[in-house]
Design a protein around this ligand. Structure first.
Ligand code: DGY
Length: 322
């Protein structure tokens, strides 16, 4: 008997087709997000579970999972929705899909940065609402990126890819990370390392969150740190909603204590705090950093390779655990 692989969401057609050729796979035809009970049932039955960021694989899902559950092969790079401690106790292998959505997510951070500073959302709303009455010298002026300071929190793959893009737009690159990046890369990017995050935040025109959501980073952009930002500074978040104190950010945005925010991720997805909708100085995207045709197929291929390697008795390359 082939191991049962249960996939919780609809994946790109070519990925599902290949999975069906290789594995005893149960797919999610109608793409509904699994309820907690459905996740429990899947964990009890599956040998290998393939979840996504929309599934809360918490303690009871893993603890009550069947004895046959040996692997969680996440479709996505972030694994903050999976209780890794319990998975480790149960000796369950956890894998993810790093490296294949780096450029797409960095592009999304640049998209948010540009739409925010050039006010394209506001412009489009004005035009579609029939409120544009033609070009005006003082109309819908934004701010220029050239020579401004971008502070990147989390200089991993995505942070570095953002830095490369931002440098070509004339931004000065600053970063805070657990450790300093390779000297040669730092020189190429002309990047400045700040060991003190507080000091970096207080000097920047833009802050971009590019760190994973972990016990140490929730919320790295706390209310206290948001207060350190310059009044004209903007926040960009393509990481996870909970790395920012969302309530404190909303208060700062509403009070004009910071200039704006470009967000792709939220604390309580898919619910987005209604207060955001009333703010003109925010650009909101629906968690779509990795949403390109290419990235989603490559993520699926990574899942397939991880699962196949595991089934064949080898250690998958993208192991997060065990
Ligand atoms: C990721 O890969 O973590 C993206 O946020 C989508 O899950």
């Amino acid at each position: 008997m082939k191991p049962l692989v249960i996939v919780t969401r609809k994946l790109p057609e070519e990925v599902e087709k290949r999975m069906a050729e290789l594995f005893n796979v149960r797919l999610n035809e109608d793409d509904h997000a699994f309820s907690h009970d459905e996740l429990l049932a899947a964990a009890r039955e599956a040998d290998i579970l393939v979840p996504t960021v929309t599934d809360k694989i918490n303690t009871d899902v893993i603890a009550e999972g069947g004895a046959s559950l040996k692997m969680i092969a996440n479709f996505g790079v972030g694994v903050d929705h999976i209780d890794l401690k319990t998975a480790k106790n149960r000796m369950i292998t956890v894998t993810n899909t790093p490296g294949v959505l780096t450029d797409d997510t960095a592009d999304m951070a640049m998209t948010l940065l540009l739409s925010l500073t050039r006010r394209t959302g506001e412009g489009e709303r004005m035009l579609r609402g029939g409120n544009w009455h033609g070009w005006a010298p003082t109309g819908i002026r934004g701010v220029r990126l050239q020579d401004k300071k971008l502070g990147i929190i989390g200089m991993g793959r995505i942070g570095q890819a953002l830095a490369m893009r931002a440098k070509s737009f004339g931004l000065e690159i600053h970063y805070h990370n657990r450790s300093q990046i390779d000297q040669q890369l730092e020189n190429e990017l002309g990047a400045t390392y700040w060991s003190s995050l507080d000091q970096m935040i207080s000097q920047m025109d833009f802050i971009s969150l590019n760190c994973p959501s972990t016990e140490e980073t929730r919320p790295i952009m706390s209310g206290r740190r948001i207060k350190l930002m310059k009044k004209h500074a903007y926040i960009i978040n393509t990481a996870r909603g909970d790395v920012i104190d969302e309530n404190a950010m909303l208060e700062a945005l509403g009070a004009g204590d910071i200039a704006g925010a470009g967000l792709d991720v939220y604390e309580n997805e898919p619910n987005v705090d209604a207060r955001f909708m009333a703010l003109e100085n925010v650009v909101l995207a629906p968690h779509m950093g990795s949403a390109t045709i290419e990235a989603r197929i490559a993520m699926g291929e990574k899942v397939i390779i991880n699962v196949k390697t595991f089934i064949d008795g080898h250690s998958p390359r993208n192991r997060v655990l065990i």
